[in-house]
Design a protein around this ligand. Structure first.
Ligand code: AMP
Length: 221
């Protein structure tokens, strides 16, 4: 861990690679918040804020929300007290411009990124994972009907909320989101590799095995 005891981790990987699932567990295990830009946009959408209404059209079609909007939202999120000891960033950055903005933002805070685990999963597996994904309407917890089903179908184990399939998890939008990922987000793999921050993790084994590997990687920092 960094000497300043603040820990900033970016989880990289395609939609369906398991970033959200792993980020949620890392947050519990390390005691720092999961900052998921997708979750933040969904919360804003639910509350019908200006930001949420702006993001809606992009999210529904699987496009990226403009960088300046996303970066502003992350800046505000990282300034909250619960992020004083760091954060697990999930779904951000998604473009080189966002990665550069994150570098500047952390620099302004007198800090820097510690490590960027890249969860690698073949494309056919991504599609099957996205197809069976269910999300809690109340707390945002994620389940998969095959790989991590809830105890009772349609009901969240954590808060009893109703589970639903995200509207951007339709087959066409899924394919489009994976296309957007390869075009706009995959270049971040080389970007962080060049900075010596990237560590590849096989995203095919079980959830607990991947979590253990991620914890080892982070604890080595
Ligand atoms: P996710 O939950 O991470 O799959 O994100 C769902 C949707 O939110 C994406 O398809 C984008 O429309 C939007 N979104 C999430 N994170 C970002 C980001 N870092 N930059 C731009 N758009 C984002």
């Amino acid at each position: 861990m960094a000497t300043d005891e603040r820990l900033f981790v970016v989880l990289l990987g395609a939609p369906g690679a398991g970033k959200g699932t792993q980020a949620e567990r890392l947050s519990d295990n390390l005691g720092i918040p999961q900052v998921s830009t997708g979750d933040l946009f969904r919360e804003n959408l639910k509350r019908e804020t200006e930001l949420g209404l702006l993001a809606k059209q992009y999210m529904e079609s699987g496009e990226l929300v403009p960088d300046e909007v996303t970066v502003g939202m992350v800046r505000e999120r990282l300034s909250r007290p619960d992020a004083a000891k760091g954060a697990i960033l999930d779904g951000f950055p998604r473009t080189i411009a966002q990665a550069e903005a994150l570098g500047e933002l952390l620099d302004d805070m007198g800090d820097e990124l510690d490590v960027v685990p890249y969860i690698k999963v073949p494309e056919d597996v991504l599609l099957s994972r996205l197809a069976g994904r269910w999300t809690c309407r109340k707390c945002g917890a994620m389940y998969h009907e095959l790989y991590s089903p809830p105890q009772e179908p349609g009901v969240c184990d954590k808060c009893g909320g109703e589970l639903y399939q995200r509207p951007d998890d339709t087959p066409e939008t899924q394919k489009h989101r994976i296309g957007v990922y390869f075009e706009q987000t995959a270049p971040l793999i080389g970007y962080y590799r060049d900075k010596g921050l990237l560590v590849e993790v096989d995203g095919r084994p079980g959830i607990e095995e991947i979590q253990a590997e991620l914890l080892d990687i982070i604890n080595e920092q």
